[in-house]
Write a protein that binds this ligand. Structure first.
Ligand SMILES: *Cc1c(COP(=O)(O)O)cnc(C)c1O
Length: 378
């Protein structure tokens, strides 16, 4: 079976993990500090703070910014549910924003429309743009708009480590950036997350909340406020550090693969069977999601692809269609988000795949989609 993606774990990573296991220093320590220093340099930020997952990063970001009961937070209606869950977990309310049908990200127009339509009673306090699948959200246009309304900005760059917009790393435009190191993302530590900020006070707060509210002093430790334990282990940091030098190469491979897919799928696009994701020079291509035409039965197609040895899946969720958010109605309606949820199809995609895998997927898709009656009405 051609898997949706496979993490790149070579012997050097396994050796690095073994060395930590032998050292006896397992929780956050020297490896974590080194990994944070490397990330600060790569992202061009004053502070990179490792946590246990991308969701933990988003959650801590909202807590550190004081977002809670009585507040509302703008988020895209097409994303991984963690973006919305954390809003709910701090006691705030999500306000859903529609996305562009080919970048899959929110736009200045859709954000402005959601702000204009917002009637409360909660106060709009923050905005979480998602760099969906690694496509940079248009921060240059979005920032002035949301700053005008006094909103804090937490970027969900969970999929976008290595993505850039005009040379600046995605996730470093707002108040706090959040990344995930889950195995479905390009660089993985099994589970893991990264926070970034240029604000020293905010960084201190995030570090405090990550580690029991604990402060180390020459006289001993002190507990300043109730905190969480959301630390990354040194076992995980060693994994991240060992893989890190290869990240730029991997992103490059992914960009090449996306171009190969684009070429191979063009005949099916011309035949009106699908549309392709928007290209962007700074895209990190965590996922390659096509959008099937409405007449294609996606469930049947996924099933037939699997029988033909190709794993495919839906790309992301429309949050307002999930039971967890059934009480939140998007105004205006988030038409594109629901269409992408219903018709999106993520194809096998990772840095170790090449032209051979692309041909396998494209040929099988063509056979299934061009045979009348297989996945669409005759
Ligand atoms: C993966 C992902 C998350 C969650 O990251 P975890 O590390 O799995 O907790 C959040 N938001 C988006 C957009 C994601 O793709």
């Amino acid at each position: 079976m051609l898997r949706l993606s496979i993490p790149s774990i070579d012997e050097s990573v396994i050796e690095a993990v073994n060395a930590v296991l032998r050292s006896g220093q397992l929780v956050y320590g020297v490896q974590g500090q080194r990994f944070e220093a490397v990330l600060q340099e790569f992202l061009g930020v004053r502070h990179a703070i490792l946590v246990s997952s991308g969701t933990a990063a988003l959650h801590l970001a909202l807590v550190a910014l004081g977002i809670g009961a009585g507040d509302a937070v703008l988020i895209p209606d097409f994303t991984f549910p963690a973006t919305g869950n954390v809003v709910r977990l701090v006691g705030a309310n999500p306000v859903f924003v529609d996305v562009n049908p080919s970048t899959y990200c929110v736009t200045p127009e859709s954000v402005a429309a959601a702000i204009d339509a917002w009637r409360g009673p909660q106060k709009l306090r923050a905005f979480i743009p998602v760099h969906e699948f690694g496509h940079p959200a248009d921060m240059e246009a979005l920032l002035p708009l949301v700053r005008y309304h006094g909103l804090k900005v937490v970027e969900d760059a969970a999929c976008a480590l290595g993505a850039t917009e005009r040379g600046k790393a995605c996730g470093t435009h707002g108040d706090i950036g959040c990344w995930s190191l889950h195995p479905r993302k390009t660089l993985t530590t099994g589970e893991g997350g990264i926070l970034s900020t240029d604000d020293d006070a905010l960084a201190a707060k995030l570090r405090l909340l990550r580690n029991h509210g604990m402060v180390r002093q020459p006289q001993g430790i002190r507990f300043d406020e109730p905190g969480y334990n959301l630390r990354l282990t040194d076992i995980q940091s060693a994994m991240g550090l060992a893989q890190f030098p290869r990240l730029p190469h991997w992103i490059n491979q992914r960009r090449v693969l996306s171009a190969d897919y684009r070429k191979a799928l063009t005949p099916m696009v011309s035949a009106g069977l699908m549309t392709l994701p928007a290209n962007h020079l700074g895209h990190s291509w965590q996922t390659f999601m096509i959008v099937l035409s409405g007449e294609i039965d996606r469930a049947t197609l996924i099933d037939k692809l699997a029988k033909g040895g190709v794993e495919a899946n839906l790309g992301a969720q429309c949050l307002s269609m999930q039971p967890a958010f059934k009480d939140v109605r998007p105004v205006p309606l988030t038409t594109h988000a629901s269409q992408l949820f219903k018709h999106g199809l993520a194809l096998p995609f990772c840095e170790s795949y090449g032209p051979q895998q692309v041909a396998q997927v494209a040929n099988l898709l063509e056979t299934l989609l061009l045979t009348p009656g297989t996945c669409r009405p005759t």
